[in-house]
Write a protein that binds this ligand. Structure first.
Ligand code: ZN
Length: 177
């Protein structure tokens, strides 16, 4: 097994809608194994294929019952409202309180092709909604209100400047620690 590099905010792969998985072949099984490894190494509780640069509609998660994979997932019903401090491995270190439906009904397939039908409440429901968003090219930042988003972009921009400033000074002063 191997781990992937997790794609972060700014990578265009995170803004695209992923394609349906036509067939769960050996390559998809391998992808899922490596995604699980990557998720544990991060560590995170969920990881969608676009986050490792693969445009397929599948995600893995583990909310304490062992690793699970869901292929071609879809939410066909949702209910209620729930506030939760949500973070994302692709926007590392930042969290926002986001309101989403409290309960969702998720359908999809497991790796053996069996149909799944899962009623998910609160935390699991939130993981499903977050991972589903990734498959549609939606990031946590797209779920923020105008003020939250402004603040988020300010933080992300200053981080980007820090990174390029560091790279720049290293270029000009080679050999410095
Ligand atoms: Zn995420």
């Amino acid at each position: 097994m191997a781990t992937y590099t997790i794609r972060v905010f700014g990578d265009p792969v995170l803004k695209q809608r992923a394609a349906e998985v036509a067939e769960v072949d050996a390559a998809v099984v391998r992808l899922v194994e490596d995604m699980v490894e990557t998720m544990y190494a991060a560590p995170g509780v969920g990881l969608a294929a676009p986050q490792v640069g693969v445009q397929k509609r599948l995600f893995v998660y583990d909310v304490g019952d062992g690793p699970q994979a869901i292929v071609n997932p879809r939410i066909d019903a949702s209910d209620g409202e729930w506030d939760f401090d949500e973070g994302c491995l692709s926007v590392p270190g930042l969290y926002w309180t986001i309101t989403r439906p409290k309960t969702v009904h998720l359908v999809g397939y497991d790796l053996e092709g069996n149909e799944l039908s899962i009623e998910a409440d609160e935390y699991l429901g939130r993981v499903f909604q977050h991972e589903l968003d990734h498959l549609d090219g939606t990031l946590l930042l797209d779920r923020l209100d105008a003020d939250q988003r402004k603040e988020a972009m300010r933080v992300l921009r200053s981080r980007a400047l820090d990174l390029s400033a560091t790279a720049d000074s290293e270029l000009r002063a080679p050999g410095r620690p």
